[in-house]
Design a protein around this ligand. Structure first.
Ligand SMILES: Nc1nc2c(ncn2[C@@H]2O[C@H](COP(=O)(O)OP(=O)(O)OP(=O)(O)O)[C@@H](O)[C@H]2O)c(=O)[nH]1
Ligand SMILES: [Mg+2]
Length: 272
């Protein structure tokens, strides 16, 4: 069973820890305890296969973000979280996404855009439409509104991300297979061109037959793989905000942060 490393990124106080703990432990944290770095483990079953997830809940507040580059390097998929009650948190996500793409040096990085605290309708400053617009600008990155408080769309965002990682892996394998096959084909062609001209004609014909048959088999094999990946790929719907009001309780004092920093310096919370 392979480890899938997921990283939760976003500004301070948007609800990254609440979403993670709700997903892993099924409980809601209603007090704000700024994170330095917490790591969780959870097994999930998708399409009758079990995946071992390692979820890194990262720091949102600036004092603790020094390790961000390292998290991004090791992460396989990213949950980018803003709060629908905090415009600045959406703006910060733009930079975070750029950073992820730059460090990963790819524009096909598995990620999900999440507008959390959707239950706080009275405090909302970012509409569902605006979230959808950002997701389209980002190349149709899957977008969900969530509420850690109401456990709304919590499992969905993690499952979506794991599916994206699986799909990416399957596509990479299919591309590698096709590349190997075409290299093999080139080698066959160049070795047959070194044979004496009398032998060349027959061998070339039979080898070409063989190669194209192989290629045909291989490509239908590739298609089967791609089909498999499409079947794995569930239809995603943008979610709609939950409507019940919830409570936000922030108690971020600097001295408590420093105490926490000392306590947590080398420890990380690992839950299976
Ligand atoms: N109403 C409501 N409050 C939420 C929700 N999610 C989180 N909160 C509250 O928002 C505050 C911050 O939540 P955290 O999960 O600690 O935020 P964070 O993003 O992990 O913050 P940092 O660790 O500092 O980066 C807490 O008081 C939570 O109770 C939600 O879905 N609805
Ligand atoms: Mg946190």
């Amino acid at each position: 069973m392979r480890d899938y490393k997921l990283v939760v990124l976003g500004a301070g106080g948007v609800g990254k820890s609440c979403l993670t703990v709700q997903f892993v432990q099924g409980v809601y944290l209603d007090t704000y305890d700024p994170t330095i770095e917490d790591s969780y483990r959870k097994n999930i079953e998708i399409d009758n296969k079990v995946f071992d997830l390692e979820i890194l809940d990262t720091a949102g507040i600036a004092q603790f973000t020094a390790m961000r580059e390292l998290y991004i390097k090791s992460g396989m998929g990213f949950l980018l979280v803003y709060s629908v009650t905090d415009r600045q948190s959406l703006e910060e996500l733009m930079e975070l996404r750029e950073q992820v793409l730059r460090i990963k040096d790819s524009d096909r990085v598995p990620m999900v855009l999440i507008g959390n605290k959707a239950d706080l309708n009275n405090e909302r400053v970012i509409s569902v439409e605006e979230g959808i617009e950002v997701s389209s600008k980002w190349g149709r990155v899957p977008f969900y509104e969530t509420s850690a408080l109401l456990r709304s769309n919590v499992d969905e965002v993690f499952v979506d991300l794991v599916r994206q990682i699986i799909r990416n892996e399957m596509e990479s394998v299919a591309i590698k297979d096709a590349r190997n096959q075409s290299q093999q084909f080139d080698m066959n062609q160049s070795s047959s061109s070194r044979l004496p001209s009398s032998a060349k004609k027959d061998t070339k014909q039979s080898k070409n037959k063989q190669s194209s048959r192989d290629l045909y088999n291989k490509s239908s094999h590739g298609q089967a793989k791609t089909k498999k990946s499409t079947s794995v790929n569930e239809k995603r719907k943008p979610s709609h905000p939950a409507s019940k009001p919830g409570v936000t309780n922030r108690t971020d004092s600097n001295s408590s942060l420093q105490q926490k920093m000392k306590k947590k310096k080398n420890s990380s919370c690992s839950i299976l």
